[in-house]
Design a protein around this ligand. Structure first.
Ligand code: NAD
Ligand code: GLY
Length: 382
C-alpha cells in the first residue's frame, strides 16, 4: 500500500500516550495517525539552537519534509544527515557519518537528535546521542511497525559487530517516542510482517489475552486496519514500558523481551546482516524457543503449536536456514545473555510467562534440527 506523505499527514487522529518510567527518566510514547504534522506532539521537547534529523534516503523521501517543517517551528536550525539504508549499515561507518555531521555543523551539548526511520536508524542514532559529547538529547520518530512496538522504546541503542548483533551500544533513553501510525501506510508488506513478529512476541511472554486478540485480528493487522494497528502498537508499548520500568538495564526480567532472539540473532548474523529481516529471524527463533520450552517440559506443547500456527499465518518463516550446528553454537555463545560460558535461552515457563535459563546442548540441537529446512529447499524469506 503506497500513500504520499501529504495524504498521510492530514489532521492527527486522537493521540494515545503511554508513559515510560525508569529510575532516572520519564518520557511519553505518543501514538496516533498524523502526529508528524501535529504541533502538540512536538511541545515541551528540550530547547536548542540546532536539531539534527538522522534518517535514510528511503524514509526521508516520504517523511523528511514533514518532520523538517514540524521542527522548524521549534528550532532555529534544522539539518539532516542521511545514512545508507539497511541492517548491513548498522555499523561504525554509519555512526561516524553522524559524528562527522555533528562536528562539522558545530553541534553542542544541547543539540537534539531526531531518529526518523526504523530500528536501524533508531538504534544508531540513539547510540550517537548517548556518546556525542558524552550525551545529547534525542527523540525517536519510528516509522516501521517493529520500531513503533519495540526498538524505539526502552533505550537500548547499538551497532552491530561482524561477529555479533548489537554488540556495541549503550542504554540511553529518548526524550520522547512519537509513533505516527500514518507512516506505516508506506511500509512494504514484508516489513509489516516482520514487525508483527515483535507484536506476537508480547503474547506468550506477558499477556495471553493479547495473544488471543492478535489471533482474532491478524487479518485486520495484515490489511493495516488503523484501529487494529493502533491497538497493537499501544498494547505492545504498554507491555514493554512495564518491563523496562521494572528492569531498565536487563539485570533479569527485561531478558524476556528477547524471547526467540538467541536463535534469531544467530540466523541474522550467520546469514549475513540484511538477508533475513530482524523480525523474520525472531519469528523463526520464537518457534524454536517455544518448542524447546515444550521439549524441556516447561509448557504444554499446544502453546508451541499455537505460536507456530500464528507465525505461519502471519506469513513469517518457521524454518531456519541450513547452518552447521557448530556455527549455531558459536553464534549463540556470543549472545549478550550468555554467562560464565553458558548459553542462556528465554523460555516459556507458563502461558504468558517467560524466564531465562540454560538448556542441555543435545536437546537444543534436536529442536534446531526439527525446525531447519533441508539444504537446497525453499529460499530464505523475500
Ligand atoms: P529497518 O530499520 O531496516 O527498516 C526496515 C526497512 O523499511 C528499511 O529499508 C527502511 O528504510 C524502510 N522503512 C522504514 N520506514 C518506512 C516507511 N514508513 N515506509 C517505507 N519504508 C520504510 O528495520 P526495522 O525492522 O525497523 O528494525 C530492525 C532493527 O531494530 C534491527 O537492527 C534490530 O536489531 C533493532 N531492534 C532494536 C531493538 C531495541 O530495543 N533497541 C528492539 C528490536 C529490534
Ligand atoms: N527488544 C529487547 C529489549 O528492548 O530489551
Amino acid at each position: 500500500m503506497q500513500t504520499s506523505a501529504h495524504e498521510g499527514h492530514q489532521a492527527a487522529t486522537p493521540c494515545d500516550a503511554v508513559q515510560v518510567l525508569t529510575p532516572g527518566h520519564r518520557y511519553d510514547i505518543l501514538i496516533g495517525a498524523g502526529l508528524l504534522g501535529a504541533a502538540a506532539a512536538w511541545q515541551d521537547l528540550p530547547r536548542a539552537l540546532h536539531a539534527v534529523v538522522v534518517s535514510n534516503p528511503t524514509v526521508h523521501a516520504h517523511y523528511g519534509q514533514a518532520l523538517q517543517l514540524a521542527l522548524m517551528a521549534r528550532y532555529p536550525k534544522v539539518s539532516t544527515v542521511l545514512l545508507p539504508d539497511g541492517e548491513q549499515h548498522k555499523n561504525w561507518t554509519s555512526l561516524n557519518l553522524i559524528f562527522d555531521h555533528l562536528l562539522a555543523t558545530g553541534c553542542d551539548r544541547k543539540t537534539v537528535l531526531f531518529a526518523l526511520g526504523g530500528g536501524v536508524v533508531g538504534d544508531i542514532t540513539g547510540f550517537a546521542a548517548a556518546t556525542y559529547m558524552r550525551g545529547v538529547p534525542f527523540v525517536q520518530v519510528p516509522t516501521t511497525l517493529l520500531a513503533q512496538v519495540d526498538s524505539s522504546v526502552g533505550g537500548k541503542t547499538a551497532i552491530n559487530h561482524p561477529l555479533g548483533k548489537n554488540m556495541v551500544g549503550a542504554f540511553y533513553q529518548p526524550q520522547r517516542v512519537l509513533c505516527d501510525l500514518a507512516t506505516l501506510d508506506t511500509l512494504p508488506d514484508r516489513e509489516l510482517r516482520a514487525g508483527l513478529a515483535e507484536v506476537i512476541k508480547y503474547g506468550p511472554i506477558a499477556d495471553m489475552a493479547f495473544l488471543d486478540w492478535i489471533e482474532g485480528q491478524l487479518d485486520a493487522l495484515l490489511s493495516r486496519d488503523r484501529q487494529a494497528v493502533a491497538h497493537a502498537v499501544r498494547r505492545s508499548c504498554e507491555i514493554k514500558a512495564r518491563v523496562v520500568g521494572q528492569d531498565e538495564r536487563e539485570s533479569g526480567l527485561r531478558a524476556i523481551l528477547n524471547f526467540g532472539h538467541t536463535f534469531g540473532h544467530a540466523i541474522e548474523t550467520g546469514m549475513g546482516y540484511g538477508q533475513w529481516l530482524h523480525g523474520e529471524a525472531v519469528a523463526c527463533g520464537m518457534v524454536i524457543a517455544a518448542d524447546l520450552s515444550a521439549e524441556l517440559g516447561l509448557v504444554d506443547r499446544s502453546l508451541a503449536t499455537r505460536l507456530l500456527q500464528l507465525i505461519e499465518r502471519a506469513g513469517l518463516p518457521t524454518q531456519a536456514p541450513p547452518m552447521p550446528m557448530s556455527q549455531w553454537f558459536e553464534l549463540m555463545a556470543v549472545d549478550k545473555k550468555a554467562a560464565d560460558g553458558d548459553i542462556r535461552y528465554v523460555l516459556l515457563c507458563a502461558p504468558g510467562q517467560a524466564r531465562m535459563q540454560a538448556a542441555p546442548a543435545d536437546v537444543v540441537e534436536r529442536v534446531i534440527r526439527r525446525h531447519t529446512r533441508e539444504p537446497g529447499t525453499a529460499a530464505p524469506p523475500a
